[in-house]
Design a protein around this ligand. Structure first.
Ligand SMILES: Nc1ncnc2c1ncn2[C@@H]1O[C@H](COP(=O)(O)OP(=O)(O)OP(=O)(O)O)[C@@H](O)[C@H]1O
Ligand SMILES: [Mg+2]
Length: 339
């Protein structure tokens, strides 16, 4: 049995704004196991970052948060703030999507990692510096003793990403959360960063959350996948379940927009339409206005994420036979496409 590190139950995060209440995360539940990767996928604005910034305790003051965030057996939403800070500082590391929140342009990379260490460990600068250099070596930075003295702009994109991973991992956390860690990188460097994360995962035996808008990125490295749409999970299963027997039309759309050797980029079919408002989401299934398979119940009661006859939970009202048939037809059509 895998050891569960993080269990999130019915998490909701709402922001009060002048235009109304933004339901950024509207009831998501999932677990992260030690030594495994959870891939979290969805279009822009689906609530991926807010979900995990909330787990990290980094959400701004205008937010209302409910549900449970159980990390190593304790509900972080119920403990006193000082205790939670200590648990998070030691137990979780995050690689942030926004470079502005991670590496400061005015400070040397090594000094920034030293600060990150000394915020949570009572050790002197020299010792922390040595730890920083050692970690930079582990993430594959050449000549780390010298490169630690550089400023972030002196690094390539891939090196900066390695430095951010070093900063997130230097205190040996049990959970590494990486928010779009490869999005700004070219394909080769992307593969190297994913490989590095795999290597760290097995060396440290930590749990990993990999957030991305690209289902292709999680294909090779995730044990489980959660597909998010409009602040909720559309589908949640093992990697094989989600890739081989996807149940939700939104996932089908995402799968069809993955570039492969056979389907070159020009042939990609993006999902039509745009993500919904999170202040006034559509009635029923939030995806129904964009869904080619919508039928009568879809704009009525909201479908919950649950077992619906498939081998993993999903939130779509189509009958299981129809899901199987429609996905098989889409697959056939895809294979007939000329390369
Ligand atoms: N502080 C805030 N106040 C109000 N709304 C917010 C705040 N932070 C995030 N949101 C909104 O919450 C929703 C979810 O945002 P989030 O950043 O989680 O999306 P995402 O899935 O990470 O998207 P992306 O792929 O673009 O990173 C968005 O509509 C966003 O505008
Ligand atoms: Mg994001």
């Amino acid at each position: 049995m895998a050891e569960t590190l993080l269990e999130v139950k019915d998490l909701k995060v709402q922001f009060d704004t002048p235009d109304g209440v933004v339901k950024a995360v509207d009831g998501v539940s999932f677990t992260v196991e030690r030594g495994q990767t959870l891939g979290v996928v969805g279009e822009s604005g689906s609530g991926k970052s807010v979900t995990f910034m909330t787990v990290m305790g980094l959400i701004a003051g205008n937010a209302r948060i409910s549900g449970e965030i159980i990390f190593e057996g304790r509900d972080l939403l119920k403990l006193p703030p000082a205790e939670v800070r200590a648990i998070r500082g030691d137990g979780m590391g995050m690689v942030f999507q926004d470079p502005m929140t991670s590496l400061h342009p005015m400070y040397r990379v090594g000094d920034q990692i030293v600060e990150a260490i000394r915020a949570h460990r009572d050790i002197d600068r020299k010792e922390a510096w040595d730890m920083a250099v050692e970690m930079l070596r582990k993430v594959g930075l050449p000549r780390p003793e010298e490169r630690a003295k550089d400023y972030p702009h002196e690094y390539s994109g891939g090196m900066r990403q390695r430095a951010m991973i070093a900063m997130a991992m230097v205190l040996n956390p049990d959970l590494l959360i990486a928010d779009e860690p490869t999005t700004a990188l070219d394909v080769t460097v992307q593969a190297q960063i994913l490989e590095l994360m795999e290597q760290l995962k097995s060396e440290y035996n930590c749990g990993v959350v990999l957030i991305t808008h690209d289902l292709g990125v999680v294909a090779d490295v995730s044990q489980k996948v959660m597909v998010m749409y409009a602040g909720r999970a559309a589908e949640y299963g093992t990697r094989d379940q989600v890739f081989n027997t996807p149940l939700h039309p939104y996932t089908w759309g995402l799968l069809e927009s993955i570039p492969t050797v056979e389907r070159r980029v020009e042939r990609l079919v993006p999902i039509e339409g745009t993500p919904p408002s999170l202040i006034n989401p559509p009635r029923g299934c939030a995806f129904h206005p964009r869904c080619p398979h919508r039928f009568e119940p879809c704009d009525g009661e909201r479908p919950e994420l649950e077992m619906r006859g498939g081998d993993h939970p999903d939130a779509c009202y189509l009958a299981i036979e129809d899901k199987r048939r429609l996905w098989a037809e889409r697959e056939q059509r895809r294979q007939k496409e000329p390369a």
